[in-house]
Design a protein around this ligand. Structure first.
Ligand code: COA
Ligand code: AMP
Length: 630
């Protein structure tokens, strides 16, 4: 069957399609049906089945005789090490870790926050939680203590598992003081912390609270897999929304295992035993789905890469990893390729490595600009596939399903909806728009398995953020259009979310931090187009009356504040002091117009603007920062 037949089969009879897909994972008790629509518009999948995520990712492969197969390759140019862990070793390590957690009282439904860099122990911690039916919540290492504290208070974890440090090029990231600061700041206190001591920095443990990763596992009985209901949350992953309070995306166990397993062949076209590499971070959804769960559930070898596309040591690192480990499929963000292309525009370093086994490159996380795709396709001579998805969805909404049928690539488009996704372009009133017209992108409910059923402890927010604007649909927050062939084009966000180097960030959260600066009366943050990172944040600051400090000092203070509060990942490095912000007569800041000025795009002066002259002032201020960039 080709793509169209598969898509239509899933649309005509989703029950049969998703029950068949569910047969490819192991169940302790098979579900009686696929979709549970009793609480529509809140939907669940496979709710009355029983299964275990760790069993499916680890034990079942050992059971099937593949214990000697490599499960994880840790390739770490920042520490100069490469380690391999087989499925049998992984089973042993995860069962012991789970046993130690269970001995300290962690069980089904308890939350465990994980704050770790790209080491195999991060995956082991996730899988140990899955083994017990505990709900993990991984926090990206580039977030500061405050962001960690916000997540601790929302998830109220029984335990936190952290590493002593992370390693960024040229600096050690001191995780332990960040963790201590976060626990200090949080209202909720975990019962205990487990610290994985790395040799690059051994952290001081807090007596009575912190346990050493190895010591606390000593002599414990390994834990067995605990079967959980299909709708039991596997994890909560926080993502940026419009405000400073991140959204806790809930991932149900069964749907995510079934959907991820389905994608490995049908979308990425890999086979069990092959090497799959998602060059992302375990702190992001790509890391959850495609560094940890999907490749392991499917029986592939996954690469845990602790390095950068450039500078560790050079722009040939990706090719070295592909060649050393015989990677078949690489998944990364376009920004990584823009970084490589900038350093090695001719792709000379590619010639140093044997990439004959490499079959495909998948890009996601941000809009893939045609120039980057063309460069990658030209230099690598493999299909370069843009695909579109979100933390909320856990897997691809639209892509090019290489394992079903390689559809023609259209530059600038992540191709077509995957089976199970009824994607519509809607006008403001919620009416479907014809091909070629730009509108809000929404997905007709129910969403397929593996997608979020709700937000952690925030069902009302879930309904308000995603379901209320277009009744009967899930609102993606992206705007775009569809062409005559059904290809989608994702053009922009409709909210305050920006995408910096493939990292999803909230300008609203940055504005909340800036507004807390004692000299700032009012502020706005926009995402301006950047040739490397896609977008970067730019802050506009209006000062309190009577403040007469040098503007550079205030800007430096604001930059430091955002770095301290949100973290280095915000990449907030530039702000401008202005007298006023452009607003509508009702007081709404015209961020969209400011973005157009920063990006050098044509714009119409909004009819509702309070004082059009401000736009010239904004343009002049942006010019001083070098915007628009060419
Ligand atoms: N822990 C601590 N700090 C981190 C971090 C982590 N896990 N990841 C990033 N940071 C820090 C960086 O060190 C940098 O700090 P600095 O301001 O002191 O330089 C800051 O956060 C911004 O990081 P980043 O946006 O990644 O920029 P960069 O300049 O370090 O690297 C790229 C640029 C393009 C090479 C890099 O962004 C990249 O590899 N991107 C791939 C994107 C990706 O994997 N996205 C995931 C979704 S698929
Ligand atoms: P995240 O939740 O971090 O995965 O970010 C999701 C957002 O990133 C989407 O809503 C889009 O705005 C953007 N995004 C992800 N993939 C793509 C893509 N292939 N093309 C365009 N935008 C994308």
């Amino acid at each position: 069957m080709g793509y169209r037949e598969v898509y239509e089969a899933a649309a005509a009879d989703p029950e049969t399609f998703w029950i068949a897909a569910a047969e490819d994972v192991d169940w302790d008790r098979a579900p009686s049906r696929a979709l549970f629509a009793e609480n529509a518009p809140l939907y669940e999948w496979y709710s009355d089945g029983l299964l275990n995520g760790c069993w499916n990712a680890v034990d079942r492969h050992v059971e099937a005789g593949h214990g000697d197969r490599v499960a994880i390759i840790h390739d770490s140019p920042v520490t100069g090490t490469i380690h391999r862990i087989t499925y049998a070793e992984l089973q042993d390590r995860v069962a012991r870790l789970a046993g130690a957690l269970a001995a300290r009282g962690v069980g089904k439904g308890d939350r465990v926050v994980i704050y770790m860099p790209m080491v195999p122990e991060a995956l082991e911690a996730m899988l140990a939680c899955a083994r017990l039916g505990a709900i993990h919540s991984v926090v990206f290492g580039g977030f500061a203590a405050h962001e960690l504290a916000v997540r601790i208070d929302d998830a109220t974890p029984k335990a936190i598992i952290a590493a002593s440090c992370g390693i960024e090029p040229g600096r050690v990231v001191h995780y332990k003081p960040l963790l201590d600061g976060a626990i200090e700041a949080a209202k909720h206190k975990p019962d205990f912390c487990v610290i994985f001591q790395r040799e690059q920095e051994v952290a001081a443990l807090t007596p009575g609270r912190d346990l050493d990763w190895h010591e606390f596992q000593h002599g414990v009985a390994p834990a067995d897999c605990v079967p959980v209901e299909g709708n039991h949350p596997a994890y909560v992953l926080y993502t940026s929304g419009t405000t400073g309070q991140p959204k806790g995306v809930v991932r149900p166990t069964a749907g995510h295992l079934v959907a991820l397993n389905w994608t490995m062949k049908n979308l990425y076209d890999v086979e069990p035993g092959e090497v799959f590499w998602a060059a992302s971070d375990v702190g992001w959804v790509v890391g959850h789905s495609y560094i940890c769960y999907a490749p392991l559930v499917y029986g592939c070898t996954t690469v845990v890469f602790e390095g950068k596309p450039v500078g560790t040591p050079d722009a040939g690192t990706f090719w070295r990893v592909i060649s050393d480990h015989d990677v078949k499929c690489l998944f990364t963000a376009p920004t990584a390729f823009r970084a490589i292309k900038r350093e090695d525009p001719e792709g000379r370093l590619i010639g140093k490595y044997d990439l004959s086994g490499f079959r495909s490159l998948f890009l996601a996380g941000e809009r893939a600009d045609p120039a980057t795709i063309e460069w990658a396709a030209d230099k690598l001579r493999v299909p370069v596939i843009d695909h579109w998805w979100q933390t909320e969805t856990g897997w691809c909404i639209a892509g090019n399903p290489l394992g079903i049928e390689a559809l023609p690539v259209k530059l600038g488009s992540p191709a077509v909806p995957m089976p199970g996704w009824d994607v519509q372009i809607l006008d403001e009133g919620g009416h479907p728009l014809p091909a070629g017209q730009l509108g809000a992108i929404a997905v007709k409910l129910p969403l397929p398995p593996g997608t979020l059923p709700t937000l952690w402890n925030a069902e009302a927010r879930f309904r308000k953020s995603y379901l209320e604007h277009f009744p009967g649909y899930y609102e993606t927050g992206d705007a775009g259009y569809r062409d005559e062939d059904g290809y989608l084009y994702i053009m922009a966000r409709t909210d305050d979310v920006i995408n910096v180097a493939g990292h999803r960030l909230s300008t609203g959260a940055m504005e909340e931090v800036l507004a807390s600066h004692p000299d700032v009366a009012e502020c706005a943050v926009i995402g301006a187009a950047d040739p490397l990172k896609g977008q970067v944040p730019v802050g506009f600051l209006c000062l309190n009356a009577g403040v007469n400090k040098p503007h550079e000092e205030i800007v430096a203070g604001c930059v430091k504040l955002v770095r301290d509060q949100i973290g280095p990942v915000a990449a907030f490095k530039q702000a401008i002091v202005v007298d006023r912000l452009p607003k509508t007569r009702s007081g709404k800041i015209l961020r969209g117009t400011m973005v157009k000025i920063a990006d050098g795009e044509e714009f119409k002066t909004p009819a509702t603007i309070d004082d059009p002259a401000i736009l010239d002032e904004i343009g002049t201020a942006l010019k001083r920062l070098g915007y628009p960039m060419s």
